[in-house]
Design a protein around this ligand. Sequence first.
Ligand code: FDA
Length: 396
Amino acid sequence: MNDSGTYRVLVLGAGAAGMMCAAQAGPGVLVLDHASAPGEKIRISGGGRCNFTNLHCAPGNFLSANPHFAKSALGRYGPQDFVALVDRHRIPWHEKTLGQLFCDRSARDIVTMLVDEMAVAGAELRLATGIVDVGHDGAAFRVETESEGRRQIVRAPVLVLATGGLSIPKMGATGLAYRLAAQFGLNVLPTRAGLVPLTFTGGTLDRLKALSGVAVRARVTADGPPFDEALLFTHRGLSGPAVLQASSYWREGSDIGLNLDPEDTIRPALRHERRTAGRKAPATALAAHLPARLAQDIADSADLPPRLADCADAALDRLMQAVRDWRVRPAGTEGYRTAEVTLGGIDTAGLDSRTMQARAVPGLYAIGEAVDVTGWLGGYNFQWAWASGWAAGQAI
Ligand code: FDA
């Protein structure tokens, strides 16, 4: 077995956080990744255009057992810092909606930028390299790698865990960072899939499935803040940005609330029509405000007289309750197979929020999605990867 050398820093994972960290940390850094290309999740993100940050990024857009932990890194490396880097590389971008910034051309621009930044800093990138074993020999971390059947050992006094979470195993996601953190005595909080479609069974699934393909703006609430975005009915249940957002807050066994008229504009419109166009069926009147299939389903569920004129206030209240407070209980989520992120992970209680260094293990750092900090949909997760990677890279 070759001893291929001693480095200043070993970074495990050439994803968003690992590359950002290596680009800051400079020469003497070796980045290892089992994938054959760096930043694969960046490449596929945002429909291939990478929603690389969010202008409105604030600590309140993140979930963590310690909501204060992310403040330091996010405060020192914000969206404008990343935008400045993107601008320096002359990468064209645009704001889509809600402060979400996307590449004009391709997410590959961001990957190329980070690879270039690492090269300029003098960091070395080794791809298609498996991590066989990691230990500490008293003086340095020792990582045994395997590439093309050959095993090698590399050492460094600093080891950065940046192998991300468990989402999309087909793309090479593994629990390596969690295993290594636990091996070095760090606490790892239970993980679950986040930003993920919700699945249903039985009669609820039959009802939702019948609406498959319908998209509508809605306010979706699980066990957290409400999200006003698009809702999509699918053959497995519910998806779309509002549902993905709420899924990160959803806890097994609880209902989610769907409000299909958050601004409460339908009730006065129907009251008006009851007077002026009372011969209409309630579903027909509702279809002026909601997709027709959905309007029919909701009207059916409210058990109304056939004509709007015959709907007393109590009947209209029933209809509006069905529109504005539709409660459904998910059976589960689609899981890591389709989740954009992993909630939970390396407990921030064991990390220094300024540097991302493990308090009890000098030289060990954890960054990115592997840490128990998870952002909303909309560029927040990359911003956390950049900020935590930057914070660690500055410190080492
Ligand atoms: P990341 O997953 O990027 O990198 C981890 C690296 O470690 C990978 O290169 C992997 O190959 C490597 N690795 C893993 N296990 C290993 C092992 N055992 N040995 C060696 N290497 C190993 N966020 C956002 O803000 N805007 C967006 O538009 C999107 N879009 C999006 C789309 C989809 C489909 C997904 C799945 C996710 C997103 N995200 C997102 C989330 C975002 O991609 C995610 O939060 C960051 O990539 C996390 O960065 P990390 O560097 O922590 O992990």
